[in-house]
Write a protein that binds this ligand. Sequence first.
Ligand code: 5RP
Length: 218
Amino acid sequence: MTQDELKRKVAEAALDYVKDVTILGVGTGSTVNHFIDLLADLKGSIEGAVSSSQASSERLKKIGIPVLDLNAAGTLDVYVDGADEVNAAKQMIKGGGAALTREKIVAEASRKFVCIVDETKYVDVLGKFPLPVEVIPMARSLVARRLVELGGTPVWRENCITDNGNVILDVHNLSITDPVELERRINDIPGVVCNGVFALRPADVVLIGSPIGVRTLL
Ligand code: 5RP
């Protein structure tokens, strides 16, 4: 099976978690795109979705699912999103698609976070995937210097402006043995809007697609 076929398969498995849900949170990325396409069949029962990016909002609207403002929607029952890496503790690296800030907000607003990945994303230790950090543009160099002090090698993601008007630094060469501590330390750097370690609020369920089936981490 190709990686894209595995993404489709795991997206199908996520439908079980949204069958009775009327308003759900929807993440960003190619795995979630499959999930959104599959939501078309449940359209009748879904009143609306809170989206983590303009790209996902457009896709949801195309299939006729209303996109709601989180301020009006309040607490969500379920949030479905992908990840760039996930470990056994259901902690993740996210932000490969530059949507990390809104993803972290919608995850925090949700009772259950269902993470959907293909098997290539499952790792023992987070950090091989460069860690995305969203930064206020004027603080880019300052934050980069602080990230070097933390042992990383930040690289400015050129030609990328987030939905919030900020820039992304991708931090290479981190071996993240204490994700909670690193998430906190990067949050504390002035100029950082959000970092792609999702450990303070990990996933509740991880669905991992492989050629022999979908494994569930609870
Ligand atoms: C976007 C994300 C995505 O969830 C992550 O990059 C995974 O994407 P894909 O499903 O395309 O592999 O965090 O900011």
